[in-house]
Ligand binder design. Structure first.
Ligand SMILES: [Zn+2]
Ligand SMILES: [Zn+2]
Length: 262
């Protein structure tokens, strides 16, 4: 899917232009997506090279492409991230290598740099159907069947024309591919009792809702493409940042923080 990054960037630019509480976040995210696209294009256009799926082996190539993205965070990121970027740019190469390997073996949504650098790498693995090796992640239907990553966002779309209600998919926070998932079930703990599952939305974001679970107290955002077909789940998820504040105030924890830290 060569147009993947462009689609995200165009949507982020458009939404950043609309007055809303998430304008700054989207402006930064649009720049970050551009840096990620460059990393991705460097993988794709690299001559005589295909990823092995083994990060230790691919590390020299991955690492050679990190500085542009780190500089983007230094220039466009919020102050704390910019400071972290300055330290990384001045650090020994081992420091960045260790961050990437740590994330690979035990991913965490607070490892901003490793997550944002490895997304284009993992996305390229997914597209070339190169299975990641050397990762022992829990697995199960609530994690990405390709890479074991946690879901970043859920979305509804109608797959058959004329279908009345959409099918639900989860989008992987690590490789950005998606997988089909049942509709009425918590994406974190698997709770299926409807009384334990809550949906909240505000008129400001008609096509976006919080999907919360009262059993594990986790939530994920759901983007309804049957309401707004132009929406791009990864980007619209950030656009609806005010809903994260609402969820947090009500005691819910997000399954996976997005790249702007919400
Ligand atoms: Zn994945
Ligand atoms: Zn749950």
């Amino acid at each position: 899917m060569p147009g993947f990054w462009n689609k995200q960037i165009e949507r982020a630019d458009l939404l950043a232009g609309e007055a809303s509480g998430s304008k700054e976040l989207l402006t930064f995210y649009a720049q970050l997506l551009r840096a990620q696209e460059l990393v991705y294009e460097s993988f794709r256009s690299r001559k005589n090279w295909l990823p092995s799926g083994h990060l230790e082996s691919d590390l020299p190539v991955v690492q050679s492409l990190t500085s542009g993205l780190i500089k983007t965070a230094e220039i466009h990121g919020p102050e704390a991230l910019a400071e972290e970027a300055r330290l990384l740019l001045a650090a020994e190469p081992d420091v960045v290598a260790n961050e990437l390997l740590n994330y690979w073996h035990s991913p965490s949504d607070t490892q901003f740099f490793a997550k944002s650098i490895l997304q284009p790498y993992m996305h390229w693995l997914a597209e070339t159907r190169t299975a990641p090796v050397g990762r022992e992640l829990a697995g199960g239907e609530r994690t990405c069947p390709f890479c074991g990553g946690a879901p970043q966002v859920s979305f509804l779309q109608s797959k058959e024309s004329g279908a009345e209600s959409g099918n639900r998919d989860l989008l992987c926070a690590t490789c950005l591919s998606s997988w089909a998932f049942r509709r009425v079930i918590c994406a974190s703990c698997g709770e299926e009792r409807p009384a334990k599952l809550g949906y909240f939305h505000s008129p400001e974001f008609d096509h976006i809702r919080i999907e919360a679970c009262d059993t594990c107290k986790h939530y994920i955002k759901g983007i309804d493409l049957t309401v707004l077909g132009l929406a791009v789940p990864l980007v619209d998820e950030i656009y609806a940042a005010p809903l994260d504040l609402w969820a947090r105030e009500h005691g819910y924890t997000k399954i996976e923080l997005n790249l702007v830290g919400l």
